[in-house]
Ligand binder design. Structure first.
Ligand SMILES: Nc1nc2c(ncn2[C@@H]2O[C@H](COP(=O)(O)OP(=O)(O)O)[C@@H](O)[C@H]2O)c(=O)[nH]1
Ligand SMILES: [Mg+2]
Length: 113
């Protein structure tokens, strides 16, 4: 039976937990594009940040395989979103519920998609 691919994009503000989420549910060694954070206010939340994408694959059964793509953590890499959302069937938006200041960014991301 031919493999059917289900593409899911995981988006959300900086330090919402996108990379952690994808690593945790992964069944393969995830593809990561982490770089060291440089700005003090960023370092406070996370010492690494995703600059291109996270990637993970999960085989459901003989027919279906999930392909998960995590978005970059900063708006300056938004051009990646146009690439990542091609063929997307579901969007997961993660928000840090303890960090109210990021809610506007979460809204912007939802509107984008
Ligand atoms: N307490 C808590 N911390 C988390 C959770 N998920 C991620 N983190 C931490 O939050 C920080 C940012 O996570 P990361 O996955 O890199 O965020 P991203 O910028 O959305 O990719 C890291 O220090 C993680 O260890 C969670 O569910 N609970
Ligand atoms: Mg990340």
């Amino acid at each position: 039976m031919a493999e059917k691919k289900i593409k899911i994009v995981v988006a959300g503000p900086y330090a919402a937990g996108k990379t952690q989420f994808i690593n945790t549910i992964s069944e393969i060694e995830t593809v990561k594009t982490e770089a060291k954070t440089t700005r003090d206010e960023e370092k406070e939340k996370n010492d690494h940040t995703t600059v291109a994408m996270d990637f993970d694959r999960i085989k459901i059964d003989d027919e279906y395989t999930l392909y998960l793509f995590g978005t970059p953590d900063h708006a300056r890499f938004d051009f990646m979103l146009d690439i990542l959302d091609k063929g997307m069937v579901r969007l997961v938006v993660l928000v840090d519920s303890t960090d109210l200041a990021t809610f506007h960014e979460a809204r912007r991301i939802i509107n984008f998609f």
